[in-house]
Write a protein that binds this ligand. Structure first.
Ligand code: NAD
Length: 257
C-alpha cells in the first residue's frame, strides 16, 4: 500500500457516495486524514466506517456545500483541529432535471448552479487562505464531460460544469505562484449507485449511452477517483489549471472505421 499521503490533511466533498466515497477511501488508504463532507449523514457514516475498516482515519462533516456558513465553519474546524489543509477535492454535485431550455424551471436552474458551481467557488474561497499559510496545497474540482459538450436537456448542469472549468483556471492562475495547484476532473459516464439505479429503470437508454462510448462501458467510480488522487499527488507537481478528461473516449469525436 502506497503511503504518499501519510500525515496529509485531505477534504473530500460528496464523500457520502460514488466518486467522492472512492476518493476518500483511496486518500485514506494512502495515509491521509480525510475530512469526509456530505449532506447525507447515512452515506457519510457508511464511508467513515469503510475507512475505519481498512485502518484509515476519517472525520465526518455534515455540510451543505452551497451554504457559505457551512463551508466557512468546516474550514474553521479543519484549521483548529489540524492546523492546515493539504488537499481539497470539491466534488459534491447533482444532475438536476432533464428538460429543454424553454421548459427548464428557473428555480431548478438556480439550484443546480448553486450546488455545482457556487459550492466550488465557496470551497476554494475558504480553502485557499489555509493553503496559502502553508505555501502549498492542491485542489481538484469535479467538472464533467458536460464542461466541454452540450448534452440536450441538461442546460443547468452543462452551464455549471463549464463554470467549474472557468473557476478552476482562474484559481490556478491566481495561486500557482503560492505553491498551490488547482485542476479539474471531467468524468464521463460513471457507474455510481445513482447511475446504476437509473440504468436499471431505463435499460434501453443505458444501452444506447454505453454504445456511444468508444470503450463500450461506463467507468467504475474508482477509475475516476484514481485520477483525482493523482492530480492531488506530488506526481502531478507541474500540472496547473488543467482539466483531465476520463471518459472512455466519449469526447474523442469522429467515428470508428
Ligand atoms: P453521487 O450522487 O453518487 O454522489 C454525490 C454526493 O454529493 C452525494 O453523496 C450527495 O449527498 C452529495 N451532495 C449533493 N448535494 C450536496 C450538497 N448540497 N452538499 C453536500 N453534499 C451534497 O454522484 P457522483 O457521480 O459520485 O458525483 C460526484 C461528482 O461527479 C458530481 O459533481 C457529478 O456532477 C460528477 N460527475 C458524475 C458523473 C457520473 O456519471 N456519475 C459524470 C460526470 C461528472
Amino acid at each position: 500500500m502506497s503511503s504518499d499521503f501519510n500525515g496529509k490533511i485531505v477534504l473530500v466533498t460528496g464523500a457520502g457516495s460514488g466518486i467522492g466515497r472512492e476518493a476518500a477511501l483511496t486518500f485514506a488508504k494512502r495515509g491521509a486524514l480525510v475530512y469526509a463532507a456530505d449532506l447525507n449523514e447515512n452515506g457519510l457514516a457508511e464511508t467513515t466506517s469503510m475507512i475505519a475498516a481498512i485502518g484509515g482515519e476519517a472525520r465526518s462533516a455534515r455540510v451543505d456545500v452551497s451554504s457559505e456558513t457551512d463551508i466557512a465553519s468546516l474550514l474553521e474546524r479543519i484549521a483548529t483541529e489540524s492546523g492546515r489543509l493539504d488537499v481539497a477535492f470539491n466534488n459534491a454535485g447533482i444532475t438536476g432535471s432533464a428538460n429543454r431550455i424553454e421548459d427548464y424551471s428557473a428555480d431548478d436552474f438556480d439550484a443546480v448552479v448553486r450546488i455545482n458551481l457556487r459550492s466550488v467557488f465557496l470551497g476554494m474561497k475558504y480553502q485557499l487562505p489555509l493553503m496559502k499559510q502553508a505555501g502549498a496545497g492542491a485542489i481538484v474540482n469535479t467538472a464533467s464531460v458536460a464542461a466541454v459538450t452540450g448534452p440536450g436537456g441538461m442546460s443547468a448542469y452543462a452551464a455549471s460544469k463549464h463554470g467549474v472549468l472557468g473557476l478552476t483556471r482562474v484559481a490556478a492562475m491566481e495561486n500557482a505562484a503560492h505553491g498551490i495547484r488547482v485542476n479539474a476532473l471531467a468524468p464521463g459516464w460513471t457507474e455510481t449507485p445513482m447511475v446504476v439505479a437509473n440504468s436499471a429503470q431505463n435499460p434501453a437508454f443505458a444501452e444506447l449511452a454505453r454504445k456511444a462510448i468508444p470503450a463500450k462501458r461506463g467507468a467504475h467510480p474508482s477509475e475516476i477517483a484514481a485520477a483525482a488522487v493523482w492530480l492531488a499527488s506530488s506526481e502531478a507537481s507541474y500540472v496547473f489549471g488543467q482539466m483531465l478528461v476520463i471518459d472512455g473516449g466519449m469526447t474523442i469525436g469522429g467515428f470508428e472505421l
